[in-house]
Design a protein around this ligand. Structure first.
Ligand SMILES: O=C(O)C(=O)[C@H](O)CO
Ligand SMILES: [Mg+2]
Length: 266
């Protein structure tokens, strides 16, 4: 059975953030994810989860200075101490929210990155992820890495599926897994079903959105019913994060998810 999680950073933005948990539950979601919990006391978030009766299925490590354009620390040489602090902070929140997995964003390459710079970022990335996976393993949690398309996020260090699989192999930690965002994979590479099948053993979390506009999954070029039934046939028992910008209102756009327990009625 496909379990859908509402991405509260993008969905239910008609409500204040802490009211989105109940709004998601009311629409039929049993899990939630969002980018960053750090603006809120973990106990406040934990009670929002409890009161709404939803699970926290994912959030991201602190990403550096997001407002200044930073998009993660994991591959950035010279920022290793900050990354380690980010891991500890994320795991503190994961404990409070009972969240099984956290996403470590890779960070951006400099525009004029040469081969040496890329190699330095790669070595830093592997070493940082080894640390993160080691700390997370002590708490029984997973660390995820996600290829992100370079149209939306120019310069992002991790942008292709084969690159991610090579990093997972280089680190070699059982609890370091792939955050397979089908939207990004379609933008960068396509061939979604074969990527899903090839990489299935490494997948720790799935995210979906329509392509190219990142609206509802039923808006655009990707036929998600086929992909979700392939996912079920493969025996996927994780969560599918709905990480898209509603074309109109969140509830109005949930019709695509009726087969998976979502409701559009008020
Ligand atoms: O951008 C995405 O698709 C993600 O899932 C990251 O976690 C946030 O940028
Ligand atoms: Mg994503």
């Amino acid at each position: 059975m496909i379990r859908l999680a509402a991405n509260l950073t993008m969905l239910f933005t008609e409500h204040g953030f802490l009211d989105r948990f109940a709004a998601a539950a009311d629409a039929g979601f049993r899990g939630v994810e969002y980018l960053f919990p750090y603006d809120h006391d973990p106990q406040v978030l934990a009670s929002s989860l409890r009161e709404a009766g939803v699970e926290q299925v994912l959030f991201n490590l602190p990403p550096g200075d997001w407002e200044a354009g930073e998009r993660g620390l994991a591959s950035l040489p010279g920022r290793e101490a900050e990354f380690r602090d980010a891991v500890i902070e994320a795991l503190r929140y994961a404990e409070a929210l009972d969240c099984p997995r956290v996403h470590a964003m890779a960070g951006l390459l400099p525009v004029d990155a040469d081969a040496y710079t890329r190699a330095h970022h790669q070595a830093t990335y592997v070493a940082n992820l080894r640390f993160a996976a080691g700390e997370a393993a002590k708490a029984g949690r997973q660390v995820l890495i996600e290829p992100i398309n370079t149209r939306d996020m120019p310069g992002y260090f991790l942008s292709r599926q084969a690159q991610a699989m090579a990093v997972l192999e280089a680190v070699g930690a059982d609890n370091l897994r792939l955050q397979f965002d089908l939207y990004h994979c379609q933008v960068m590479e396509g061939d979604l079903t074969r990527h899903l099948e090839r990489q299935f053993p490494a997948i720790g979390h799935i995210q979906i959105a329509g392509v190219p506009q990142r609206h509802e999954p039923d808006v655009g070029e990707v036929h998600y019913p086929a992909l979700l039934s392939r996912l079920e046939a493969l025996g996927y028992d994780g969560w599918v994060g709905c990480e898209y910008r509603p074309a109109a209102g969140t509830r109005q756009g949930l019709g695509w998810g009726r087969a998976h327990g979502l409701t559009t009625d008020h």
